[in-house]
Design a protein around this ligand. Structure first.
Ligand code: LER
Ligand code: MN
Length: 277
């Protein structure tokens, strides 16, 4: 069964970004549970801001799960990325992601590498950047595997990275790694920009995709843009995808409306068998 999640940001520096809930862990868990989501996806400044115990307590109190933890704060707050020409900064980026992998693993969920992947350019050749990226993913994938969770790598649109922009490029990268623990995040917003046929691309990621950001063309809630989300959802269902579709969208016109619009779309696109008897 496909599970539903909604993003919850604790990163003030990311205000204006595509995260739905912003009012703290307890309030976010309460809203997500009230609206019928299965889980929250947490975007935190680092592993030390909310203790695992207090996060678990909020999740338990509100009877909601957690889907994944983001690492983008490493970029947004500390300006760290895996292709920095400075080796000590690259190492810091890798260790920041490791700390988030270990944090998420205590909750049984993966960490996501999105903006922290960086890009090639200037003094850094494309080949060099991919070597560094592969080396970090090998290192971090092994750590995630030892912790019993996957590591999620996200292809991004061309305005955010020049490494992997499509699902096919992400699959190629995963196939070139020495670890099996790296899975892909298919973000429908990025796919709407980069893929010739987002539904076909989603289908082609069968077995590789471990997390989905399910939003619309304009990064508003699912159903508020012009993507044909029905065919994309069907591709996930037909691929026997059984992980999360998560709302990483703008809180427009406000968090509550974006959250309500999203869950309505998810219930329509990913219907669950009705209980009988
Ligand atoms: C992160 O999940 C993402 O999609 C990026 O666009 C954030 O920079
Ligand atoms: Mn995303």
């Amino acid at each position: 069964m496909i599970k539903t999640a909604i993003t919850l940001s604790l990163v003030e520096e990311a205000r204006g970004g595509p995260f739905v809930l912003w009012d703290g862990v307890e309030s976010g868990c309460k809203t997500a549970a009230r609206l019928g989501y299965d889980a929250i996806e947490l975007f935190a400044p680092g592993p030390d801001v909310v203790s695992v115990d207090s996060l678990k307590a909020s999740l338990d109190r509100n009877q909601i799960d957690i889907a994944a933890v983001g690492t983008g704060a490493g970029m947004v707050i500390h300006k760290l990325n895996l292709c920095d020409p400075d080796s000590s900064r690259r190492d810091e980026a890798t260790r920041f992601i490791e700390s988030m992998i270990r944090y998420g693993a205590q909750l049984g969920v993966p960490a996501i590498i999105g903006s922290m992947q960086g890009r090639w350019g200037g003094d850094v050749s494309r080949e060099q950047a991919f070597d560094w990226l592969r080396s970090s993913l090998n290192d971090l994938g092994r750590i995630a595997g030892n912790e019993g969770v996957p590591l999620i790598y996200e292809p991004l649109n061309r305005y955010e990275t020049n490494l992997c922009n499509t699902v096919a490029e992400g699959v190629d990268l995963c196939q070139s790694l020495e670890t099996d623990h790296v899975k892909l995040l298919a973000d429908v917003f990025h796919m709407g920009i980069e893929e010739a046929d987002p539904a076909a691309a989603m289908a082609s990621g069968k077995g590789w995709i471990g997390h989905v950001h399910f939003v619309d063309s304009n990064r508003k809630a699912a159903g508020m843009g012009h993507l044909n989300l029905g065919t994309i959802a069907q591709a996930l269902i037909d691929s026997d995808y059984d992980q999360f579709v998560s709302a990483e969208c703008f809180p427009t016109p406000d968090s509550e409306t974006a959250a309500r619009n999203t869950i309505k779309a998810y219930q329509r696109l990913f219907p669950r068998p009705t209980k009988t008897g």
